[in-house]
Design a protein around this ligand. Structure first.
Ligand code: ADE
Ligand code: ZN
Length: 371
């Protein structure tokens, strides 16, 4: 692809593009004020000074051995996925009532709207929310109420990807999927799996039947792979789990046949460069394979993963990507279009968002380039 001279696309222009975000965890999107309020409501001590709560790597309690920092961030230090997941456990453990869960969901939709995100698939992994063990569906129901209320108020529409943790058993996973299908919980659109593949090894076979049940029951499938695993995790996600989308998937670049397969099957990679740098998958943005994946013709979307502890927003990351990867506004309009196309939103909403994006792109092109 012929790339323009790298110029940073302005965040305001990016906010103005109607778009979807497809790879973002509710666990990683708490506003600092919400977290402080929850800790106070529950009488829970903070792991460190309030102002540095999201500097995960500086809190001994999460036992993180080393600290790395991503470009353009706020000095968020995270020394690895496992320690980072422990921080998410701590945050989510503060949510104990349906009202608190409602507020977290509402606040998420507001945060997304502030970035010009009109629809978001959000990954929710109930194993992080320790107060809800055995009541996971009630937790998701409380989130759904928050998302409903937010949408009624004109905020971003949200679909939930219910996520299994990699360390769960096959039978737990299948029971969860059966209950999701039986209860038809509103807002739940997909089954997901996340967590650290380095600590569990390959889990494709273990979750094969759960994902087969999900597909038969009308749920979409999105799978974390090719982040803490290599290309083999991505192959398993496609061949064993029937993934329609891969969350991360960047290490597919190490296997040419896999890249061809992603292109041939039109499988979207929901990529999150800042997260990959912060969690040590790549040393810096310049080493990230996103441009090579794009050049190979893979459908790539650009996402934040865990924006709060990573100290970022979607518009910041798109703006950093524009300069790091030499992408122009046209390329970012392409990212917005792909985010809508690959989303699990219903067809009516997708059609409206596509029309709004076309109008916004025409407006931007005729209104002059503010860069
Ligand atoms: N849960 C939250 N962020 C994650 C990530 N980057 N990888 C796997 N699981 C996660
Ligand atoms: Zn993720």
């Amino acid at each position: 692809m012929q790339r323009p001279v790298p110029v940073r696309v302005d965040e305001e222009q990016i906010r103005a593009l109607p778009k979807a975000e497809l790879h973002v965890h509710l666990e990683g999107a708490f506003a600092l004020i919400d977290l402080l309020t929850l800790a106070k409501e529950n009488g829970v001590a903070l792991p460190g000074p309030a102002a540095t709560l999201f500097d995960v790597g500086t809190h001994d309690v999460f036992e993180i051995p080393e600290v790395t920092t991503g470009e353009g961030g706020t000095g968020v230090g995270t020394g690895g996925l496992s320690g980072f997941l422990r921080f998410l456990d701590w945050e989510c453990g503060l949510v104990r009532t349906a009202d608190q869960a409602f507020r977290v969901a509402y606040s998420f939709a507001a945060r997304q709207s502030a970035s010009g995100i009109r629809y978001s698939d959000v990954i929710v992994n109930p194993t992080h929310w320790s107060a809800w063990r055995g009541r996971e569906l009630a937790l998701v129901d409380a989130f759904a109420a928050g998302f409903d209320s937010a949408e009624e108020d004109g905020l971003c529409a949200v679909g939930v990807a219910y996520s299994l943790l990699r360390s769960q058993s096959a039978s737990e996973a299948e029971d969860i999927v059966r209950s999701l299908i039986e209860t038809r919980l509103r807002r739940v659109v997909a089954l997901s799996v996340d967590g650290d593949e380095k600590t569990t090894g390959r889990t494709g076979e273990k979750f094969r039947d759960a994902f087969r049940l999900a597909a038969a029951g009308g749920l979409h499938r999105t799978v974390h792979a090719g982040e803490s695993s290599g290309p083999e995790g991505v192959w398993d996600a496609i061949d064993l789990l029937g993934a329609e989308r891969i969350d991360h998937g960047i290490r597919a670049i190490e296997d040419e046949a896999l890249v061809q397969r992603l292109v041939a099957d039109g499988i979207t990679l929901n990529v999150c460069p800042r997260s990959n740098v912060a969690l040590g998958v790549y040393p810096d943005w310049a080493s990230h394979p996103l441009p090579r994946l794009l050049d190979a013709g893979v459908a790539v979307t650009l996402n934040t993963d865990d924006p709060a502890p990573l100290g970022t927003t979607l518009e910041t990351d798109w703006s950093v990507a524009s300069v790091e990867f030499g992408l122009g506004l046209d390329d970012l309009v392409g990212f917005a279009a792909r985010s809508i196309d690959a989303s699990f939103a219903d067809d009516d909403l997708k059609a409206r968002l596509r029309a709004d994006l076309t109008a916004a792109a025409v407006e931007t092109a005729s209104g002059g380039d503010a860069r």
